[in-house]
Design a protein around this ligand. Structure first.
Ligand code: GLU
Length: 478
C-alpha cells in the first residue's frame, strides 16, 4: 500500500474535502440551506480511550465510531485499523458512507469506525483483546446493533476481527435473535455471506466495465469500448486492489503496473496478478517478481505510469495538486476512499480525464454487506429455498423443448441452463445489477445539466436528492 501523504497547507482536511464536493453538488439539488446543512453534518461522534494490557504494560488505545447520518437506520460502515486514524478522517469516511449507501440504493445511514493502531505491532491475541474491548465500548454506548449501527471490515481489518466483534456482542446481548446482523464481513461460519470478501474489488470491475461499454462516452475519451486490451494500473494490493486487479486481468485487460508499500512494478506487456501475489507471499515483496520490466522503490510511481485506467486502491489523498498533472490515465477509478483531493479533481478534469468517484465505484462492499445483513435477518442462506425448484423447472423446460424439436442439448449446455442459483451466484448478480443501475443513474444526472462537468458532482447530487427526499418524508423540514 502506498504511504499516505500528509495534507499540504493549501489543501483541505479530508472532511473539508468531502464538504467541498458536497457544496459543489448541492447547487444542483432542490433543497434549501437548512436541509442541506442537516444532510452534511455528522450526527454523532464517539471518541473513546480504553486501556489494554500489552505484554504487562497498560496501553491507552484511541478509537472512534462516527454515525454521520440517521436518515435511515442502521448506520453502516467499516472499522479502520491504522496509525493515521483521527477524528477528521473517520468523520470524512462516515460521510462518504452516507453518500455511498444512497448512491447504490442501500437503505442505511453512513458510519465509520477507527482504531488508532498499527495491527502489525501486535500479536493475534493482543489484537483480539483490543478488538473485543472496542466492541464492548460500542455495546455499552449503544453504538452497535442490527438496527442501530452495523460495522464491517475496512483498511487493516477483516473477517477475523468481525468474528471477534460478533462474539463480544452476542456475549453481552444474549438471546437477541437477530444479533448476527450487528456486523457484516463475518466468516461464513458465523453468518457471513459468500462473495463479501471480493465484493469491493468485483464492484470496481463491474463499475468500470459498465463505463467502458458506453460507445458515446468512450468516443469522447478517444477510447474503444470493452475491457479487453485496456491497460490498467492498480495502486495497493490489499483486499480491494488485489481483487480489482484480479478481475481486470481475468477479463482480458493488461495489468501494466502494480504497487504495494515496498514499491511499484511495471510491464507494458502485462503482469500476472496471481503470480505477483504469490511472489509477495513467498518473498515478502512484489519487487522480487521476475517478469517485471521495471521496478522502483516508490509505491506512488505507479500513479504516474502509462496506462488507460488507473485504480488507486489504498488510502486517501494520494493524488493531489502536486502529482495530478503527471497522471497519464484517461480513467481514474477510485477504489479507495478519497484518494483524490479536490485540487487533483480539477487538474484531471482540465486534462480531459474522467474520475469515477469512490462513493460509487467502491460501493460493492457495502452492497454485499447489505445482502449479508438481509441474510442474517431472514435467517436463511440465499438460494436455499429456490435452487432445487428452479433446477427442476429448467430441466422440465429443456425436456419439453427437446421433445418438441427432436434435438438434444449437450451435457455441458444442460448443466449451464438447468443450474439453479447458489448463494454466491445471487450475490454476484445482485452486485452486478446494483453497479450497472447506479452507474446509469449517475451518468444521467451528469447529462441532465450542462453545468455538471464531472461524475463526482453528479454522484453527490444524485445521493443528496435521495437523502433529502427521505428527510422530507420525516416531516421535520418544510
Ligand atoms: N469499509 C467498506 C467501505 O468503505 C465497507 C463498508 C460496509 O460494508 O459496511 O465501503
Amino acid at each position: 500500500m502506498a504511504t499516505k501523504k500528509t495534507t499540504a497547507a493549501h489543501e483541505y482536511s479530508f472532511f473539508n474535502s468531502v464538504e467541498r464536493s458536497f457544496d459543489k453538488a448541492a447547487k444542483f439539488t432542490k433543497f434549501d440551506k437548512g436541509l442541506l446543512e442537516q444532510i452534511k453534518a455528522c450526527n454523532s461522534v464517539y471518541q473513546m480511550r480504553f486501556p489494554v494490557n500489552i505484554r504487562g504494560q497498560v496501553q491507552v488505545i484511541e478509537a472512534y465510531r462516527v454515525q454521520h447520518s440517521h436518515h435511515k437506520l442502521p448506520c453502516k460502515g467499516g472499522i479502520r485499523y491504522s496509525t493515521a486514524v483521527n477524528q477528521d478522517e473517520v468523520m470524512a469516511l462516515a460521510a462518504l458512507m452516507t453518500y455511498k449507501c444512497a448512491t447504490v440504493n442501500v437503505p442505511f445511514g453512513g458510519g465509520k469506525g477507527g482504531i488508532k493502531i498499527n495491527p502489525k505491532d501486535y500479536t493475534v491475541e493482543e489484537l483480539e483483546r483490543i478488538t473485543r474491548r472496542y466492541a464492548a465500548e460500542l455495546v455499552k454506548k449503544n453504538f452497535i446493533g442490527p438496527g442501530i449501527d452495523v460495522p464491517a471490515p475496512d483498511y487493516g481489518s477483516g473477517e477475523r476481527e468481525m468474528g471477534w466483534i460478533l462474539d463480544t456482542y452476542q456475549a453481552m446481548r444474549p438471546g437477541e435473535i437477530d444479533s448476527a446482523g450487528c456486523i457484516t464481513g463475518k466468516p461464513i461460519a458465523q453468518g457471513g455471506v459468500r462473495g463479501r470478501k471480493e465484493a469491493t474489488g468485483l464492484g470496481v470491475f463491474y463499475g468500470i466495465r459498465e463505463m467502458l461499454s458506453n460507445v458515446e462516452d468512450m468516443k469522447k475519451l478517444g477510447m474503444t469500448t470493452g475491457v479487453e486490451g485496456k491497460r490498467v494500473a492498480v495502486q495497493g494490493l490489499g483486499n480491494v486492489g488485489y481483487h480489482a486487479a484480479h478481475y481486470f486481468h481475468a477479463n482480458g485487460a493488461i495489468v501494466v503496473g502494480l504497487s504495494e508499500m515496498e514499491g511499484s512494478i511495471f510491464n507494458p506487456k502485462g503482469l500476472d496478478v496471481e503470480a505477483v501475489m504469490a511472489c509477495r507471499r513467498e518473498t515478502g515483496s512484489i519487487l522480487n517478481y521476475k517478469h517485471a520490466t521495471k521496478t522502483t522503490k516508490k509505491a506512488s510511481d505507479v500513479l504516474e505510469c502509462d496506462c488507460d485506467i488507473l485504480i488507486p486502491a489504498a488510502l486517501e489523498n494520494v493524488i493531489d495538486g502536486s502529482n495530478a498533472a503527471k497522471v497519464k490515465a484517461k480513467i481514474i477509478g477510485e477504489a479507495a476512499n478519497g484518494p483524490l483531493t479536490p485540487e487533483a479533481d480539477e487538474i484531471l478534469l482540465k486534462k480531459g480525464a474522467v474520475v469515477v468517484p469512490d462513493m460509487y465505484l467502491n460501493a460493492g462492499g457495502v452492497t454485499v454487506s447489505y445482502f449479508e445483513w438481509l441474510k442474517n435477518l431472514s435467517h436463511v442462506r440465499f438460494g436455499r429455498m429456490e435452487k432445487r425448484f428452479q433446477e427442476g423447472a429448467h430441466a422440465n423446460m429443456l425436456n419439453t423443448v427437446e421433445s418438441l424439436t427432436g434435438k438434444k442439448v449437450s451435457a455441458a449446455e444442460r448443466k449451464l441452463i438447468a443450474h439453479g442459483p447458489d448463494e454466491v451466484d445471487l450475490v454476484y448478480s445482485g452486485l452486478e445489477d446494483s453497479m450497472i443501475v447506479s452507474y446509469n443513474e449517475i451518468r444521467e444526472m451528469r447529462l441532465s445539466n450542462k453545468k455538471i462537468t464531472d461524475l463526482r458532482t453528479a454522484s453527490f447530487a444524485n445521493a443528496i436528492n435521495k437523502i433529502g427526499d427521505s428527510y422530507l418524508q420525516l416531516g421535520i423540514f418544510p
